[in-house]
Design a protein around this ligand. Structure first.
Ligand SMILES: [Zn+2]
Length: 249
């Protein structure tokens, strides 16, 4: 699923790639904005106008995710961790490491950089909204900036869930790792939490779906499945890497 990649450009030495799954998500995001979010937040625009708003907002979301992943990568590079690049897919991106951080402090700073950058960028968009919409009625750019402020804060919030491999899970792992000086134990706990959160999201999705919220229900199921799969894959990867590095002791 994650093998078909398109290289977009290089940003300060980081290769930015697009997974094929992102295209489906980008269309879904644009469609739900053009037919749902924007028509209910801004009145009397043509269908084409709403689609244009959807496209601009989706491009802004796309740039926001690259910004978030860029700061993970920049902090990682500062601490000498080799980075493969940034890949975008589903509800976000991954700053791909070829090596795990060697100290809890490095992991903490690397993980915290992403959500922090999203919160700051969200305030930037919120500021733009206030400037553009200083009049009595909202404007098209103002509504788009408002959406981007909200989505950046949502991105920070979602990523702060204490579910590995999300940023919040990495932050929690760095704390557990620092506490007991046992990376394997810390990894096991946060991966279980990650897997549990995934199952919880799938359950919420199924319930929403059955109650008639098909689109949001489907979103929860997709994100839940991704989270569960990623947690299990990360746990296995870290375990394997530690087995390899302990071999011969
Ligand atoms: Zn992140």
């Amino acid at each position: 699923m994650f093998d078909d990649r398109i290289t977009l450009f290089t940003l300060f030495g980081f290769k930015v790639q697009l997974d094929a799954s992102w295209i489906v998500i980008a269309l879904l995001v644009t469609w739900s904005l053009a037919t749902g979010y924007f028509p209910s937040n801004y009145e009397n625009l043509s269908t084409g106008g709403y689609w244009l708003m959807g496209l601009f907002a989706a491009a802004g979301l796309f740039a926001s995710i690259i910004f978030h992943e860029f700061w993970h990568s920049a902090v990682a590079r500062h601490y000498g961790l080799p980075m493969k690049g940034i890949t975008l897919f589903i509800f976000g991106g991954i700053a791909e490491m070829t090596q795990e951080p060697d100290r809890p402090k490095t992991e903490f700073l690397m993980a915290a950089a992403g959500p922090l950058s999203s919160v700051i960028l969200g305030f930037g968009f919120y500021g733009l909204e206030l400037v553009v919409d200083s009049g009595s009625s909202p404007t098209v750019p103002g509504v788009i900036f408002g959406y981007l402020a909200f989505i950046n804060w949502l991105l920070a919030g979602f990523n702060m869930l204490p579910a590995f491999p999300l940023d919040g899970g990495r932050i929690l792992r760095s704390a557990l790792w620092a506490m007991k000086d046992d990376l394997v134990w810390a990894t096991r706990i946060v991966c279980r939490l990650g897997s549990g959160f995934g199952v919880g999201l799938i359950a919420i999705g199924v319930i929403s779906f059955l109650q008639g919220y098909a689109v949001s229900g489907l979103w929860y199921v997709v994100i839940g499945m991704f989270l569960r799969g990623a947690a299990q894959a990360s746990a296995e990867r870290v375990r394997q890497r530690l087995v390899d590095s302990n071999r011969g002791e």
